[in-house]
Design a binder for this molecule. Structure first.
Ligand code: FAD
Length: 497
C-alpha cells in the first residue's frame, strides 16, 4: 500500500455540490482540503453532457433559492453576480393533464391569481391563505430549522413553534394541507406533485412541505446562463483559486479506521492510502455505509425509505422550439400512480414525467436554429441494492409514451425531430454516482427522516468521519446540499474547539 502525504488536510470523498460547498466553508475556516472524485468532472448529479454543439445539464435543471448560492460565493469571498448571469424563468412550471386542463404556476402574482381564479370558480382566497401560511412556515424553515445542526427533537420542536406543532402540519399530509386552501383537484395535484422529489406520495409526506411550491412562487425559478453546470464550473475555479486539491478519476474504495475507532484516511481502488484525521463522505450515505465502511461500523439502510429512481432523456432537436421551459405531465389516476411508484413498486402505465427545454431561455445551449430538451421519468427503485432495475430495458416503450403524450397535447415534437439522443437508465445513474437502490434524490423526507430524525452528518461510531449531501441534513436538492456543506464544516469546527 503506497502512502501519500497530506494528513493535515480534510479528505472529502466525492465532488458533488455538497462537497464543493463543504470545501468552500472549510477553507474559510482555515482548513486544507482534498477532494477525491471518481468521475472525470466535479458536480456529481449536477453534471454535464456536451455533444454536437448541444449542452445538457445531466440532473438538476431548476435552481431555486438563489440567495443560498449567493451566500456560498460570499463565503469564498466573491460575488455571484461577478461570475454568473442568473436568468429568471418567468413562465414558471406548466402542468398538463390528459383531459386538456393546464395550470401554469409562476411567481408573477397577477398571472398566478388569474390561473387560480380560472380553476377555483373565480375565487382567489385559497391562494392568498396558502401563500400567507406558507410564508410563515418558510421563514421558520430557513431561519430556525435548516441552517443549524439540530440533533435534539425537543429543541427542533421548540424551534418549529407551538403554532406549527398544533396545526399538525408535520403530522398531516401535504394533500390534506392543500385541501384546506383549494377546491380544484388540478391545483392540489400540481402542488402535491412536489412530494415525488421528496420521496413519498402527497398523501403521506408532511403538509409542512407545501413550502416547496410556495418557495417557487415566492422566489421564482432560475437558471444560470450556460445552464446549471456553469455554477459548478465557476465554483470549481474558486476551489482551485483557494488551493483545494482536486483528484478526479479517483475512486475511493475504503475509509480506513484504526482499533480505537478513529478515522485514519482513505484508500483508492489502486491501493493508494491517503492519511486524514477527518474524512467527509459526499457519497450517498447508504452507499458509504454499504461500500466504504467496514461491516462492523456500518448502519443498515435496508428499511430506509428512498426517493424514486429516474430514467432521463437528453434530446438535441433539429428545429428551434419554444416550448415552456418547465412542463410536468400528470396522470389521470394521480393517487394510484404515487401508490405504484412508492409502495407497489410497479411501472405506472400512465406515468407522470417532467420536461425541461432550457434552450427556450438560453439559445447558447444549442446550435443556431436547433434546441435541447431534457425529460425525467420517475420510476420505482429496486428492492435490494444489488438488483438490476427492471425498467432499464424499457427505453423504447418509455420514449414512445412521452412522444405520444406530446402528440395528445399538440406539442409539435416527434422522433424524426430528434437529432441526438442520450439516455441515462436508473442503473446508469446508480453506477455513475453511487446511488443506493438506484434512488435519484437520496433518502426520502417522511416524518421520521427529517430534522433530528434524519441521518446525522457525523458518524455515531467512527471518530473523525462526517457526511455531506442529499441523504443527510437538511435534505435533497442543490440548495439543501449547499446548506449541508456549511453545516458539516460548522460541525467539524465545533468538534475541534
Ligand atoms: C435527474 C435529477 C434531477 C434533479 N433535479 C434537480 C433540480 O432541478 N433542482 C435541484 O435543486 N435538485 C435537483 N436534483 C437533486 C440534486 O441533483 C441533488 O440533490 C444534488 O446534486 C446531490 O448532491 P450531493 O452533493 O449530495 O451528491 P452527488 O451529486 O451525488 O455527489 C456525490 C459524488 O460522489 C462521487 N462518488 C461516488 N462514489 C465515489 C467513490 N467511491 N469515490 C469517489 N467519488 C465517489 C460521485 O461521482 C459524485 O460526484 C436532481 C437530481 C436528479 C438525479
Amino acid at each position: 500500500m503506497k502512502e501519500e502525504s497530506g494528513s493535515d488536510r480534510i479528505g472529502i470523498i466525492g465532488g458533488g455540490m455538497g462537497s464543493i460547498s463543504a470545501a468552500i466553508h472549510l477553507i474559510k475556516n482555515g482548513f486544507n482540503v482534498t477532494i477525491y472524485e471518481k468521475n472525470k468532472n466535479l458536480g456529481g448529479r449536477a453534471n454535464i453532457i456536451e455533444e454536437n454543439g448541444f449542452r445538457f445539464d445531466v440532473g438538476p435543471s431548476l435552481l431555486n433559492y438563489p440567495w443560498v448560492f449567493e451566500e456560498l460565493f460570499e463565503a469564498a469571498g466573491e460575488n455571484l453576480n461577478d461570475h454568473l448571469d442568473l436568468i429568471k424563468i418567468e413562465t414558471g412550471v406548466k402542468f398538463l393533464w390528459d383531459d386538456g386542463e393546464t395550470f401554469s404556476v409562476t411567481s408573477d402574482y397577477p398571472s398566478l391569481s388569474e390561473e387560480v381564479s380560472r380553476l377555483e370558480n373565480s375565487n382567489i382566497n385559497g391562494i392568498q391563505s396558502f401563500l400567507k401560511i406558507n410564508s410563515i412556515r418558510y421563514k421558520i424553515a430557513f431561519e430556525k430549522l435548516l441552517n443549524t445542526n439540530l440533533n435534539n427533537p425537543f429543541k427542533w420542536g421548540a424551534r418549529l413553534g407551538l403554532r406549527e406543532l398544533s396545526s399538525g402540519s408535520m403530522f398531516k399530509s401535504m394533500y390534506s394541507d392543500l385541501n384546506k386552501h383549494f377546491k380544484s383537484k388540478y391545483i392540489k395535484e400540481a402542488f402535491g406533485s412536489y412530494a415525488m422529489y421528496l420521496g413519498g406520495s402527497p398523501y403521506k409526506i408532511p403538509g409542512f412541505f407545501s413550502i416547496l411550491p410556495y418557495g417557487e412562487i415566492a422566489y421564482g425559478l432560475w437558471m444560470p446562463k450556460g445552464g446549471i453546470y456553469s455554477l459548478i464550473e465557476k465554483l470549481e475555479s474558486l476551489l482551485i483559486k483557494n488551493n483545494v486539491s482536486i483528484k478526479k478519476n479517483y475512486e475511493i474504495s475504503e475509509i480506513v479506521v484504526n482499533q480505537k475507532n478513529e478515522v485514519k484516511g482513505v484508500i483508492n481502488n489502486n491501493g493508494n492510502f491517503h492519511p486524514h484525521k477527518f474524512v467527509i463522505s459526499n457519497v450517498d450515505l447508504a452507499t458509504t455505509h454499504e461500500k466504504l465502511i467496514k461491516k462492523k461500523y456500518a448502519q443498515d439502510f435496508e428499511k430506509v425509505q428512498m426517493t424514486p429512481s429516474v430514467m432521463t432523456f437528453y434530446w438535441g432537436i433539429k428545429k428551434e422550439t419554444k416550448f415552456p421551459h418547465h412542463m410536468i405531465f400528470l396522470p389521470n389516476d394521480y393517487k394510484s400512480c404515487f401508490e405504484d411508484l412508492f409502495y407497489n413498486k410497479e411501472f405506472s402505465e400512465d406515468m407522470p414525467f417532467y420536461t425541461s427545454s432550457p434552450s427556450t431561455s438560453d439559445s447558447s445551449l444549442s446550435p443556431k436554429g436547433k434546441s435541447t430538451m431534457f425529460v425525467l421519468v420517475p420510476l420505482p427503485i429496486t428492492e435490494k441494492n444489488n438488483q438490476e432495475n427492471i425498467y432499464s430495458k424499457d427505453i423504447n416503450k418509455i420514449r414512445d409514451k412521452i412522444l405520444k403524450k406530446f402528440n395528445k397535447h399538440n406539442i409539435d415534437l416527434s422522433k424524426k425531430d430528434i437529432e441526438f439522443e442520450k439516455v441515462l437508465t436508473p442503473d446508469e445513474w446508480k453506477n455513475k454516482f453511487g446511488l443506493y437502490k438506484t434512488s435519484a434524490f437520496g433518502s426520502s423526507h417522511n416524518l421520521f427522516n427529517i430534522g433530528p430524525f434524519r441521518h446525522r452528518n457525523k458518524s455515531s461510531n467512527i471518530e473523525g468521519l462526517y457526511f455531506v449531501g442529499a441523504s443527510t441534513n437538511p435534505g435533497t436538492g442543490l440548495p439543501m446540499v449547499t446548506i449541508s456543506g456549511k453545516l458539516v464544516s460548522e460541525r467539524i469546527k465545533s468538534d475541534i474547539s
